[in-house]
Design a protein around this ligand. Sequence first.
Ligand code: B3K
Ligand code: ZN
Length: 885
Amino acid sequence: MRNEQPKMIYLKDYQAPEYLIDETHLTFELFEDHTLVHAQLVMRRNPARGAGLPPLVLDGQQLELLALALDGVELTAADYQLSDSQLTLQPKAVSFVVDSSVRIHPESNTALEGLYKSGSMFCTQCEAEGFRKITYYLDRPDVMSKFTTTLSGEQHKYPVLLSNGNLIASGPDDNGRHWATWEDPFMKPAYLFALVAGDLWCVEDSFTTMSQREVTLRIYVEPENIDKCQHAMDSLKKSMRWDEEVYGREYDLDIFMIVAVNDFNMGAMENKGLNIFNSSCVLARAETATDAAHQRVEGVVAHEYFHNWSGNRVTCRDWFQLSLKEGFTVFRDAEFSADMNSRTVKRIEDVAFLRTNQFAEDAGPMAHPVRPDSFIEISNFYTLTVYEKGSEVVRMIHTLLGAEGFRKGTDLYFQRHDGQAVTCDDFVKAMEDANGVELTQFKRWYSQGGTPRLAVSESYDAANQSYSLTFRQSCPATPGQSEKLPFVIPVELGLLNGQGADLPLRLAGEPAAQGTTRVLSVTEAEQVFTFVDVAEKPLPSLLRGLSAPVKLNFAYDRDQLMFLMQHDSDGFNRWEAGQQLAVQVLQELIGQHQRGAALVLDQRLVVALRTVLENPSLDQAMVAEMLSLPSEAYLTEISEVADVEAIHTAREFARQQLAESLFQPLWQRYQANREVSRQSAYVAEAGHFARRSLQNIALSYLLLTARPEVLAACLEQYDSCDNMTERLAALAVLVNSAHEQERAKALAVFAEHFKGNPLVMDQWFSVQAASALPGGLQRVRELMEHPAFTLKNPNKVRALIGAFAGQNLVNFHSADGSGYRFLADMVITLNALNPQIAARQLAPLTRWRKYDSARQALMKAELERILASGELSSDVYEVVSKSLA
Ligand code: B3K
Ligand code: ZN
């Protein structure tokens, strides 16, 4: 908790550190009621900061200082100053050694930052500023040091003792204790430090790198999970090979370890050589993890592994540069997943997520540029903007330079900055230098927040056979930034003729056409591009693959969208046309509902989806994506004022109508796919994901019809499937259905069967929390009393409270304000337990500007109540105060 007014930190105030730490020698003595940490820091004045010996200011929080020595001489209280967050002492020479001993309490650390206990094991999470809760240190990413770590604990309770790098010695102690010493040969900032002690089992494998070095791979888990590691191990080996092939990056230590822990604030952490993972991002097998979970494991294992180069070997100078490693690494893992599975489907999923969630963040009170200018609490800036939009920015560089040019840029970046802590500017500079291009204007993507609008209009000149597109870009104001300068917007496009074929593209002034899809750079506020040799008025396919994270506006009519859905050569844009058609149709229904008129579904949506369903040559995953109507959250995001009730009613009406009208083709595809699932064992591969996704979305429509054969099929799937993907889908469909008895029975059977598996129980909580049936809040309150629930576990909080507030929009936004009150109560409780999780759960309340004035008032009142509730963490304080500003 803060006891001073939280301070804003600014990028413009960055200064290099006064001192450097060449070597860090740590000793941990782990006990049940405390831990002793001894740190020996071999330090010197930073030559870049000139002469003189200013005071040395070390970061430290919640540490009990037991002893302090400078160059071997014990210091007394008169020799240093101690505050809640700093230890200040006066060096006497350019080079010196600081020794400190502190006592800490991992056993009562519920914030899960620094050293803490997850169940019976010790583990760490240091990024961003957790290391200062372990020992006094220069806890900033531009201070890089060589670490040696010795840890000791009871042999019986903690047979496995791990830290970064290589094990160099170990042995027994007296009194049933033992110890191990690990040495990490690579310089690293403190945020990459890790330690684990526990009763763990591991699966082991090995990988031969491109220069023929053998690397030992180990995944450590609690004994009951030893049968759920194979998928993560396979994913790790694929990631290692992919990074060699696509980026020329080889692994650099003799061992790579992953440890799964149950209590973890985020998905995982890329500590050098010792990744620590939320168990939800490691454990996967058919019976307990869905296809989505398998894909998440693959993606997160890859993401953390890729950080070894994009993050660890080349790290961030300061935390304003977070997207340097995160945006780049998300781009890398997205491309990896695209290569391992279906590229188009991966892009569709990522874009749907970006537009629903990051665009909402960009339109809210916490909006910030990809490289923020200021923050109060850095933990609040592990955002969709830094991660997902940051990845889009890297993707645009890739689009502008092409794959080869981009690779030249990354080669130069890694070579030039290996072992350094650098900035986003350094990244872009490497791209510029390797390609002989200038990206000055492009860099506005790093410094300007908000989602740009791109309005496009057309004109066709039949006499001259020319076709012009006019692009107008603008960007709404965001906190602290009222005026925006034009961005560089890469627009990938094609022009379709009346038969749906792509036309050759020749811009006025060019000697010849250059392909049928190309990338235009829109750089002005308003800019016209004219194509020549255009014999008939074409239909444009714009922003293919979402080539820039902008909101596109072109006045397509519904027939044109149906045409694009069928003919666009770009699979992503075929999906996109279907989504736009659905948005138009749903918005019409929303309007009808608001006027009190009868709801009438535009039959063109039915025709379009029937065509998709009856086309056997389409990838089944694409069919499933096209059948998925835009989510309520997305419809909210694109509304001026979101009418929660109308959105829900309109969307459910459309689903119901589609289910009735398309019953035959849905039933046929469901039965065919279920039959294949019945005949074959579970396989975690793209083709199988595709089959099951179509099967399950078909089932969700089918159960909206009152046909008894569908209920029977749903129960058959629920009872006799061999995997969690089919089982959970059947359960979710039942939970949202009117079949009360079957629902209750399925839920009870599920809970009984999986009560020993916390990750599966998370799914059970989520499915119920997200159910739009009336009485949602009451159900959530009851579930909080379930023995498997605890507010101390972040996965549980996300599964129940997060799913309720983020996915159950009708119940959360109940007009009486009960949902808001509940969330505020949870945030106040969590603030004391785990500030990072508390601040994250707040997000739905910060979006108050989207709603009608009555709801706005209720939401703001809850934010005010949180603000007045007493001692707030800097995490919660920052989000609440900015939301009310
Ligand atoms: N780098 C970690 C983030 C941990 C932040 C904790 N406040 C996860 C990742 O992006 O790989
Ligand atoms: Zn990351």
